[in-house]
Design a protein around this ligand. Structure first.
Ligand code: IMP
Length: 421
């Protein structure tokens, strides 16, 4: 059975903590979509590890860590992550990379930056990792898959692609890329990665047949989905449940629990509509209290109240079976808390989200207010131990979306978490 952890809003909900907990009980951890635009930091034995591509399940020597076909892989970043782990004394023998995953080449990164620059005042705020251009090539069928990357024909495909991209780069007034230098550098990465490349489709299905516990680690989040997010302010993959199936090759019947991760407030990095944003001192306070700065780019995150209209949308798209609510301690430091329970659009009040940009810009959130001041909840292990005002807040969220709270983050450390059976 496959359990899945997904982001419900704009990413950075703190998926790593829940993933870390669930991966200890899993024999396989899989990254399914996105690339090194994602990032999470995990502390083990007092040491911090930053991961962008490798599933955090790698730290469990009894689990297989899989980068599946839906991921776009920057080989340079992956080699750095492998080196970092080896230097810290971890074996990386349990890493498996899909032969069908696509490779991010230097021209993708360059084009991501150039295209973003050319958007002028209408920038998307991409992570500049080359994600969009790499997925473009995948769908345009000129991408380089891992099996091509480690194969004899890599230099031929790479040369053709670089020559084509050079035409575009020159048209943009940029100097041409040196094909030979790139091919030489990237052939070295290919040699390092070759031992890990395999048919992950069969690996995953063999594990399913043996009834193993598998965890899919979502990246990015629902409202950044290329189909269901706030287009064009989205990433270029499907971070929703459909992306998990396509990004691994598993069917819907193999999916078990689908845990949606959110914060007790909300945040967004990058541009795009965000009705509950608090571009004021409340937002500033949430940013400071929650240390809301991007783990991949270091950018300050926009912060605001929790939006239950958007959460209901995430529940519907992903078929969420449980919620993991992080930063309850953070929101509990405020005196008063607001929760968005509807959108006023003209004369109407609706609880149905729409990704239509005009609708999102025009609507006004309808709030309910809750009492804050939760005090120190970091050591609490049961929802019943929480102060009554914190329980009321959680109860309202559950009632609104009809999905039970399974995990509650009560502080920054791994053990600061309430797990409900
Ligand atoms: P891209 O994925 O780099 O193309 O960026 C597209 C949009 O998604 C930008 O607004 C990014 O800030 C956002 N984004 C991409 N990955 C993440 C993530 O892991 N967390 C939060 N935002 C992300």
């Amino acid at each position: 059975m496959i359990n899945v952890v997904l982001g419900t809003f704009f990413g950075d909900e703190g998926k790593g903590k829940v993933i870390d907990y669930l991966s200890q009980q899993s024999t396989m951890a899989i990254r399914c979509t996105g690339g090194n635009n994602a990032g999470h930091t995990i502390k083990v034995n007092g040491k911090k590890f930053a991961f962008h591509l490798i599933p955090s399940g790698i730290l469990n020597p009894n689990a297989k860590a899989v980068i599946a076909n839906g991921v776009v892989i920057d080989p340079k970043v992956l080699v750095q992550e492998i080196t970092q782990l080896k230097e810290a004394g971890f074996s990386v023998n349990n890493l498996y990379i899909s032969d069908k995953a696509h490779v991010i080449m230097p021209y993708h990164i360059l084009l991501d930056k150039i295209l973003e620059e050319r958007r002028g005042t209408e920038k998307l705020g991409t992570t500049a990792c080359g994600i969009g251009p790499a997925y473009c090539d995948k769908y345009e069928r000129s991408g380089i898959r891992m099996e091509d990357f480690i194969g004899d024909h890599f230099s031929k495909i790479a040369l053709r692609n670089i020559e084509n991209k050079n035409v575009i780069l020159e048209a943009f007034g940029h100097e041409k890329l040196d094909a030979n230098a790139i091919i030489q550098e990237y052939s070295e990465y290919a040699n390092i990665l070759k031992p890990y490349v395999t048919d992950t489709f069969s690996l995953i299905h063999d594990a399913l047949e043996k009834d193993e516990k598998i965890l899919c680690e979502g990246a990015q989040a629902t409202l950044l989905d290329i189909d269901h997010g706030t287009y064009p302010y989205v990433t270029s993959s499907n971070p929703t449940i459909g992306g998990i199936c396509a990004g691994t090759g598993v069917g819907a019947k193999d999916i078990g629990q689908v845990i949606g991760v959110l914060k007790a407030y909300s945040s967004r990095v990058g541009a795009g509509p965000y009705p509950t944003e608090q571009d004021n001192e409340i937002g500033d306070k949430l940013r400071e209290l929650g240390h809301e700065y991007g783990s991949t780019t270091g950018r300050p995150r926009r912060c605001g109240w929790l939006d239950l209209v958007a959460l209901k949308y995430a529940v519907r798209i992903n078929g969420l079976t449980g919620l993991a609510i992080n930063h309850l301690d953070t929101i509990g430091k405020l005196d008063r808390i607001k929760l968005c329970v509807g959108y006023q659009h003209g004369q109407d009040i609706t609880t149905n989200y729409s990704t239509n940009l005009k609708f999102l810009n025009d609507c006004l959130p309808v709030y309910e207010e809750f009492e804050g001041n939760f005090g120190d909840i970091s050591g609490m292990k049961q929802i019943m131990e929480l102060p009554i005002q914190a329980q009321r807040y959680l109860k309202r969220i559950e009632e609104f979306v009809g999905v039970p709270v399974r995990f509650v983050g009560t502080g920054p450390e791994r053990e600061n978490m309430i797990v409900r059976g």
